[in-house]
Structures are given as C-alpha cells and as structure tokens.
Ligand binder design. Structure first.
Ligand code: NAP
Length: 333
C-alpha cells in the first residue's frame, strides 16, 4: 500500500511517499480502508523528533493521527465492528499511521462515523474532539452556568471546544484575530478578544476554567483570568508530574518534567487555582459519545482545506503556518 513515512527526524523533514506492507491485524484490531485523514500539529512534532523521548517510533514509520474509513477485515476478538462499517478514530500512540491506504487499529480506539458527516468531515474530528472532551468535560468538569476561556477559538481544538462548552451550558470567551471573529461567534463564542489588538488578561476575569493552547507567556497570563478555585488546563505544556506518572516515564524524565512545570505550578498554588497538563489519549467510547453529539446537531466540523493524498506534505506545511481556520484534511480515496 502507499503511505507517507518518516525516514529520519529533522526540522524540515519531508515525508517520503513509500510502498509499505499492508498492516498486520492483531486479535482485537479492525483493518480500515482509509478514505480520509486529518493533519495535526502533533504530526509535525513527531516528524521533527521533538516528541521522540515521549513517543519513540522506530523508523521508517507511517505518520498520521486521525482517520476515517471503512472496516474491511476484523480480528477474531473484535466484537463491536464488522466489515462494511464506516468508522473514525484517533489510533493510540505507538500505533499511528493515518497517512496511508490502510491502517489496523485496536477496536477500543474506534467509533462508528457520524452518519451526517462525509469521510473528510469525520476525519477532522477525533484528535481535537477527544482533546476538548477530555480537557473540558473530564478534567475541568465544566458545568452549566460556568465561564470558560478557550484560547485560539479558530484553530482545530478551539472550533470544537467552543461548541462543546456551549453544549455543556457554559459561557465562552475566546481569542481570535479579527478575520476569524465571525467564525467563532457563529460557533457560539459569547466574548471574542482580538489577540492582535487587546490583552485578554485585562478584559476577562472571574473565569472557572481556562483551556490554554499557546506559549508560556500566555499560560502565565491565563492565571489572571481565573477566579479562586478555578482550573487552568494546558494542552501546550509544560508537562507536569501527574502526566509523567500516568505515562510511566523513567525517573530522569520525571525529574525533568517536575522542573519544567515547577514555576507555573507554584504560581497557580499561590493564587488558589489548579494547573494541569493534558495529553489527550485514544478512546473509542468517548468518540462514540462525540458521534452522538454530532448526529444531534450540537457540534459540526469546521474544515479549512482538503488536500489530495499526493499533497500530504503540502497539507502538513499548511498546518505548520499556524493560520488554519478549523481543520486540514487529506482525501485518501
Ligand atoms: N496536549 C494535547 O493533547 C493536544 C491536543 C491537540 C492540540 N494540542 C496543541 O494545542 C495547540 C493548538 O492546536 P490546534 O490543532 O488547535 O492548532 P491550529 O489549528 O493549528 O491553530 C491555528 C489557529 O490558531 C490561531 N492562533 C494562532 N496564534 C494565536 C494566538 N496567539 N492567540 C489566539 N489564536 C491564535 C490562528 O488564528 P489566526 O490565523 O486568526 O491568528 C489559527 O486559526 C498546538 O500547540 C497543539 O500541538 C495539544
């Protein structure tokens, strides 16, 4: 099968279009014929080697963390899916490979595709949908009547997170450039701060939850927005000791992560708010709940551009500009 692979880690890293063997099916796997894949900044970080200590892959390996397609074969222990099912997934770390014609995924990471979405739309959902779900619903326990500040509302995570927060009954503030103000308002944002013109920390206050997805300075300023007892959840670092424990990292990495997050953890403590780092994980059951939300009309996909399979490197480069509005998708077939 055709696939885009990482041969070696380097900053400019172009993926090579290679002929690879069809994936081997484990007992609990489904083999999916891929129709569409989506691009995430995580792909770039894995491609350059930035994440190699946390996510070691032996090269060459197929890149890609988001997939939609049709089940063509199932392992003997598979119970939930059968050939012909249209599904989508964020395959678990260590078993990625969406930029290809086929992928084998543990059924625990798979869900039925929302019936009202095309394959391209479905592929745009799993990684950002699960991130928003795990950050707002699971980690922050966001509830009706609370106030949440979601940074970068026009991005992949932001476009989903705004809609999920509104569905949960929260009031939503977000940052966006002027060109994206209408988009984020259309998704339900109640307050839009133009981050190129205004300082959000001077405008927003008394928030229950902040979803941080930007740099260290933005993370620190986010503390000003929270009320006492509020929760700062960061998906852009720094990783904290709880994350190191969950991942079972070795003692050296645990110490490094403790040091990296020490400053923000102690600042948060002094202000009486909590800080936690989230690295999303694959979860088919949560993705099934997202399927229901999408089929009920509560959440819709936001797609910026669809690239043909041959243009996978161009799709990655486009995402790396940091300017995408919603998601960037690759049409595989
Ligand atoms: N830990 C995890 O599990 C996890 C999961 C998913 C993503 N992430 C991380 O979260 C971050 C966001 O991911 P994403 O997929 O949403 O990114 P993305 O889709 O590439 O974000 C692009 C968007 O960000 C906006 N933007 C850029 N700079 C901004 C700023 N300073 N303030 C507000 N908006 C800004 C851009 O809007 P304009 O063009 O209008 O400026 C653009 O619409 C990335 O660092 C990613 O790696 C982490």
């Amino acid at each position: 099968m055709k696939a885009f692979v990482v041969d070696k880690y380097n900053k400019k890293g172009i993926l090579r279009l290679a002929e690879m063997p069809e994936p081997k099916l484990q007992d609990s796997d489904v083999l999916i014929e891929i129709h569409a894949a989506a691009v995430n900044l995580l792909d770039s970080k894995v491609k350059t080697g930035e994440f190699r200590l946390l996510l070691p892959y032996s090269r060459p390996f197929i890149l890609g963390h988001d997939v939609a397609g049709t089940v063509v074969r199932v392992g003997p222990k598979v119970r939930k899916f059968k050939p012909g099912d249209d599904v989508y997934s964020r395959p678990r770390d260590g078993r990625i490979g969406a930029f290809a014609e086929f992928i084998a995924i543990d059924e625990a990471d798979v869900a039925l595709k929302p019936k009202n979405l095309s394959m391209e739309e479905a592929a745009s959902i799993p990684l950002v949908g699960l991130t928003a779900w795990q950050a707002l619903f699971e980690r922050a326990n966001l509830r009706k009547g609370q106030k949440v500040f979601i940074q970068a509302g026009s991005g992949g995570v932001g476009t989903f997170a705004i809609q999920l927060a509104k569905h949960l009954g929260a009031s939503v503030a977000t940052t966006a450039s002027a060109a994206s103000a209408e988009l984020v308002k259309g998704l339900g944002a109640d307050v839009v701060v133009d981050y190129r013109k205004d300082d959000f920390e001077k405008i927003l206050s008394g928030y229950d939850v902040v979803l941080n997805s930007q740099d260290a300075k933005t993370l620190e300023k986010s503390l000003d927005v929270l009320k006492p007892g509020g929760k700062l959840v960061s998906i852009s670092g720094p990783p904290d000791p709880d994350f190191a424990r969950e991942k079972g990292l070795n003692v050296v990495l645990r110490i490094v992560l403790r040091l990296l997050s020490r400053a923000i953890r102690s600042k948060a403590r002094r202000r009486g708010v909590s800080f936690s780092f989230l690295f999303m994980w694959a979860q088919g059951d949560q993705l099934s709940k997202i399927t229901s939300l999408i089929e009920s009309g509560a959440i819709r996909p936001v797609i910026d551009r669809v690239f043909p399979f041959e243009a996978t490197n161009e799709a990655l480069a486009y995402v790396e500009t940091g300017r995408a509005k919603g998601k960037v998708v690759i049409k595989v077939r």
